[in-house]
Design a protein around this ligand. Sequence first.
Ligand code: GLA
Length: 709
Amino acid sequence: MTPGEAERPPPPPPLRPLVRTWRLDDTRQTLVLASRGGRLPGVVHWGAPLPRGEDLAALAAASEMDVTGGMLDENPDLSICPEAARSFPGQPGLICRDGDGRPILPRFGCAAVEERPRGLTVRCRDEAEGVAYEARLDLDPATHVLALSARLTSDRPLRLEWLAAPVLPGPQLSDELIEVSGRWVGEFQLRRAAWHPGIRLRENRTGRTGHEHFPGLVVPGRGATATAGEAWAFHYGWSGGHRMVAEELPDGRRQIQWGHAAGSEAAPGTAFATATLFATYGAAGTNDCATAFQRHVRDRLVPKRPGPRPVHYNCWEAVYFDQSLPVLKDIATRAAALGAERFVLDDGWFGARDDDATSLGDWQVDARKWPGGLDPLIDHVHAEGMEFGLWFEPEMASPDSALLRARPDWALGPPDQVLGRGQMALDMARAEVRDHLFAAIDAILSAHAVSYVKWDHNRVLPVPDAAQAHGFYALLDRLRAAHPAVEIESCASGGGRVDFGVLSRAGRVWLSDSNDALERLRMQHDAALFLPAAVTGSHVGPRRCHTSGRTLSMPFRAWVAAQRHMGFEMDPRELTEEEAGTLAGVTAWWKRNRDWTMTADVLRLESADPAIVAEAQLARDGRRFVVFAGRAAASAQIAPRPLRLTRLDPAARYEVALANRAEAPALSRAPLALKEGPLVLTGAALMQTGIALPWSFPETMWVMEGRRL
Ligand code: GLA
C-alpha cells in the first residue's frame, strides 16, 4: 500500500440491483420468485419446502452465478419468460412479430405483482413496443398442483409464433427426462432421455392432443424411483397440440417451457393466452407427482357427477356398424345381467353409416337401421336398469355426406388435402359451423333420454390451429350448459385426446382402442402418472383381441378392466357360462369396492421382477388397499420375487388376503400361507420385506386386498 492510498476512502461496494421476492408454499413444496433490478422475475427455487423465515433475498443472491471468460459480463435472467432482447442464451419465452414481419423483442419491466392467497399475478409491460405480459401462478395446497398460465396483449395486432406458459427451471440434480410417446393401440409409452446441452424439443403438430406426444413430462431427481426420491412433473392442459422445450443452457442452467405448438395462432391478434401448465413436485418418488395429478384431475378438474361410476357396456367391438334393434336388445339384456349399468351405442346409428367412408356430419338417426327411431332401444336399455349413451364425432364430416355436399367450404384445410380415415375436419373457428353442430346434437339429446356422449375425433388436423381447439371447447361447453346431466367421454381413435383441458369438461377418457388386457396392463400403469382410475375407461374386450389377435383369459381381462373405470365391449353372446360367471363375479367385486377404489390413489409399485407390473390402490383414509400384480411375461428366475408395498403406516397392522386365490394354477405347488387365508403383517414388513405371491402363469393377475386392523 502506498502512503497516499491509506487516506483515500474505500471504494463503494458495487451496486447490487434491488431484489424483490415472493413465495408460494404448501406442505410439500416451496416456489420462490425473484426479480432483480425491476426486471421480469424468475423461479429461483422450486422444490422441497423452505423454512418460513428463509431470507429470500439471500436465497436469490445465493443462486446467482459467477461470470468467467467467454461469457457475457452478466448472466441474463432465466425469468418466467426469458427475453431474447436481454441476450438470453437459450430459447426465449416469447417469439412474435408485428404486421410487417419485424421481430418484436420486448424488454419487460415488472410493473406489479399481485399476491393472492397461494397465488401470484405478475404484470409487466414494454411501453416502447406497446406489449404487455401477464403470468398467473397458483398453488393448490390440497392437491399440491401448481397451475401456471401466461397472457400477452398488444396495442396493435401482432403475429404470435410462440408464447410459453411461465417457465420453470429444470432441476440440476437430475440426469434424465421421462417422456410419454405412443401410437394408436399403444398409448402412454414412457421413454427416458438424458439431459444434455442444448434443447430437447417435443412438438405435436397434429392439431389434437395426439397419441404420439402426450403433453406430460416427469423429471426424476438422481436415483428417484416410483416410491422414493425427488421428482418434478408437468402437464400442459391443451387439446390442440403442444410444444415442450427442455433446455440445458451453456452455463448449466436448465429451463422447461410449455405452450401451444409453434405457429398454431394463425391470425394476427391483440390478445393471446397459453393453456394452463400443471406442475408438481414431490420428495417421495414419482408417485408423489402421480397422486397429485390424479387428485387434481379427479377433485378439481373433472365435472362432478352424483352417484357411483357406472359399469359400461359399449357395443363397438360387438357389432361395429351392423346395428339392429333385436340384436342390440339381446346384447343389452346380457350386458345388464353381467352387471353393466350404462349402455353406449357407438358409431353407425346416423346418416347411412355402414362403414367409415360416409355420413359423418349427418347427425340424423338412420331410419333403415332404426325404423322406429332410437327410443325402442333406449326404452329397453332403461328397462334393463341401464343408462343410455351415444357416440358422436362432431368436429368431422365425410366428403360423402349431405353436410359437406351442401357446405364444402366448412371443411378445414384445402380441398385436395390427404384425408384421415376418409374424413375431413370441420372449421370449428366458424360460429356458423358450431351453431349448426350445436343444433344437430342438441336436437338428438333433447329428443332422447341420453345421459352420456362418447365424443370422438378420429383424424389429425391438416395444420395445427389453436382456433380449432377453442372452437371445440366452445361447442362442448355450450352443449354441456344445455345438457348439464350428460356426461362426456373424450375419445380420439382411443387415447388421442387425453389432456387436462378436455378433462375439465369430460368425465372419462377412452385410453386406447386396445382392449388387449396385456397391453392395457402396461398402458394403464404408465398413464397413472397423470390419470386417476375414475376417469380412465377400461373395457373387457373379445376373447380374441381385435387389435392384437391375442387370446387372453377372462379372469385376466376382467381384472385389468377392474383396475380402472370398468366396462365391457365384447359381444356377450360369445361368452361361455364359465366366462360369464367370472366376469359377473369380478364386476360385482368392482361394484362392492368402487366407492373407495374410484377415489383411491393409484400407486405404481417398484417390482423387483420386470415381468410383474404392479400397483396398489390405497383408499384416501388409508384403511384399505388393493394390490394388482399383473404378470406380463414369464420370469427369468423360477419363483416369484417378493413385492414391496408403499405408503402404508409402518406401525399399523394390516390383514392381507388374495381376492382371487381360486385362480392359483396347479403348478403353484407350495402350501403358501397366502393361498390358505389372510396374513397379518405390519406396514413396515409389507413395505420393507415385501410379500411373495404364488407362482402364476403369464397373462394373469393376482389381486390382493389389504385392510388396516
Ligand atoms: C374410434 C374409437 C372407437 C370407436 C370408433 C368408431 O376409433 O376410438 O372406440 O368409437 O372410433 O368409429
